[in-house]
Write a protein that binds this ligand. Structure first.
Ligand code: SAH
Length: 243
């Protein structure tokens, strides 16, 4: 007997920001598995389901739990915030899935923080952009530095995920210092906290100012390209239309 597991991106927070396809899949699932915080976001809406959580940093255990539950004959959905294929568990599920040849996987896309956060700020990534995570939990810091320098040299707009955590409160400052080797200090930037959740807050600033800001892990950061500008609290990157 073959089993099917859905890997579902639930968007940034509230149900309105989940795709109709994601809601449909969750509705037809017997078991919904995820990181504690995201399961808490869903527990009222999907109260009739078996909701299982594993803490942060237990990603491998969380994935294995999906395969074990599927083998019991249950319809399983693994949820990730935003999009499951962008700093989510989609790839780890395929990697571990090699050990479970009777399970098929399907990824259901969700709105990633780069997209939902950009909408809050106006139009900050409306041209070529790079997405870089500042988390060095799985990526050596030297690689992150190299990618920051390369993005700056290419004049990409840059979206930074995981800009800070309790263990690494100064990473955004370190990242800004690297970007300031190439980018002028007046470069238009912004960030959004708690996208699609209570307490959504947008801030615009220069790159030099960003270096001094204390950020938390529920924040996505946007660094404009050479043409980006701030107007009425919005961060805009043009596409080159002549008016
Ligand atoms: N799979 C997720 C990203 C997970 S990495 C996605 O596609 O959005 C976690 C990082 O994503 C956070 O540190 C933050 O930078 C960003 N992020 C995710 N959800 C967010 C939200 N609701 N508000 C602000 N930033 C968010």
């Amino acid at each position: 007997m073959r089993h099917k597991i859905y890997i579902v991106g639930i968007g940034p927070g509230t149900e309105e920001m989940m795709t109709a396809q994601a809601v449909q899949i969750l509705e037809k699932s017997d078991v919904i598995i995820g990181y504690t915080v995201y399961i808490e976001l869903l527990d009222k809406r999907f109260a009739g389901k078996e909701l299982l959580t594993t803490p942060m940093r237990q990603e491998k255990e969380r994935c294995r739990l999906c395969f074990e539950k599927a083998k019991e004959g249950k319809q399983v959905a693994l949820i990730c915030s935003g999009d499951a294929g962008i700093y989510g568990l989609a790839s780890l599920m395929y990697e571990i899935g090699a050990e479970y040849p009777d399970c098929d996987l399907e990824v259901i896309s969700g709105i990633t923080a780069a997209s939902s956060g950009a909408a809050c700020l106006g139009a900050p990534i409306n041209h070529d952009f790079c997405v870089i995570s500042l988390s060095d939990a799985l990526t050596p810091w030297e690689v992150i530095e190299k990618r920051l320098r390369s993005a700056a040299m290419g004049d990409f707009c840059i979206v930074l995920y995981n800009p800070a955590s309790h263990k690494r409160p100064d990473y955004i400052k370190k990242a800004c210092e690297i970007l300031l080797e190439t980018i002028e200090s007046e470069r238009a930037c912004g960030y959004v906290e708690n996208i699609g959740r209570e307490g959504t807050k947008t801030t615009t600033c220069t790159l030099a100012e960003l270096k001094e800001h204390q950020l938390n892990m529920f924040t996505t950061v946007f660094i404009g390209n050479k043409t980006s500008y701030i107007e009425n609290g919005k961060l805009i990157t043009g596409r080159g239309y002549h008016l």
